[in-house]
Design a protein around this ligand. Structure first.
Ligand SMILES: [Zn+2]
Length: 274
């Protein structure tokens, strides 16, 4: 799916990244400088008034599907909760060159970081894959570290994808409506490693939220940064219920399969999970 015209302008996109960062901070999914956000934008936007400084940037991997596109991405060490105060100081704007191998990084004179996020390779690989496959003109990615979800991934049974989804989908009717394909699960993989990057790209083809076991999540949206943050919030809320139930001695009934099927029918949810 692509965003229709009239397209959001640069300031609206910067505000949406700030809002997403605040929302993630409010669910404690971005301690310290954990977490990062990027947007890939496929329509022409002039960035040089907000980001007048410019330097060339070799891309960490070839991204031919992103040639000519704009990526807004958080700086390394910046805090999700602080972006909204001055988005331009916390973000870089990268215009990908026609070869898809180099870019031009535009930044603000108030720039508060030396490099873009250390997870930029993961973001770039997913944007490239999704845009090559779907042709969308907009793609948002968020990595965050929601504590209840990450805790569950430390319990071996929850690293089994069918089990995790059955456990998470049973607490609120919204969960299956918002996440009809459920949550993807990756085993623990070394952060930033090629194995992590490849597994993440593949899993995000199937699921809009992917749990990186013992680490965090990545969520994608072709609507907005705040929609990607919403998906993380729905997933973390479900994990919070599940955690409460574990701590309370598993006394909760949860939605039954019949109740879930009724929800799926009533809202015409395109799911194979129940
Ligand atoms: Zn992380």
């Amino acid at each position: 799916m692509s965003l229709p015209e009239p397209y959001p302008d640069l300031d609206e996109l910067l505000v949406s990244i700030g809002e997403a960062g605040l929302r993630l901070a409010s669910i404690e999914a971005g301690e310290g400088a954990a977490g990062n956000i990027s947007l890939c934008i496929g329509w022409p936007l002039e960035v040089r008034r907000r980001f007048p400084l410019s330097e060339s940037l070799p891309l960490p991997l070839a991204a031919p599907a992103l040639a000519g596109k704009l990526i807004l991405v958080t700086g390394s060490g910046r805090r999700l909760r602080d972006i909204h105060r001055d988005p331009a100081a916390n973000l870089g704007a990268i215009v990908v060159g026609p070869d898809g191998e180099t870019g031009q990084l535009y930044t603000s004179p108030r720039r508060l970081f030396e490099h873009v996020t250390s997870e930029f390779n993961s973001h770039l690989a997913v944007h490239n894959d999704q845009i090559a496959r779907t042709g969308t003109n907009f793609h948002a990615l968020i990595h965050a570290q929601p504590p209840h979800l990450v805790y569950l991934s430390h319990v071996p049974a929850y690293r089994e994808q069918a089990t995790l989804n059955a456990r998470l989908l049973r607490w609120e009717p919204e969960t299956i409506v918002q996440l009809p394909e459920g949550v993807g699960v990756l085993p623990f993989l070394l952060p930033g490693s090629p194995a992590m990057m490849a597994a993440n790209v593949a899993q995000l083809r199937e699921n809009r939220v992917v749990l990186w076991s013992k680490h965090g999540v990545m969520a994608r949206s072709d609507r907005s940064a705040t929609k990607a943050a919403d998906l993380i919030e729905y997933t973390e809320t479900a994990a919070h219920y599940e955690y409460m139930d574990l701590v309370a001695g598993a006394r909760g009934e949860g939605l039954t399969t019949d109740e879930l099927r009724a929800i799926v029918r009533a809202f015409a949810v395109p799911t194979t999970l129940v």
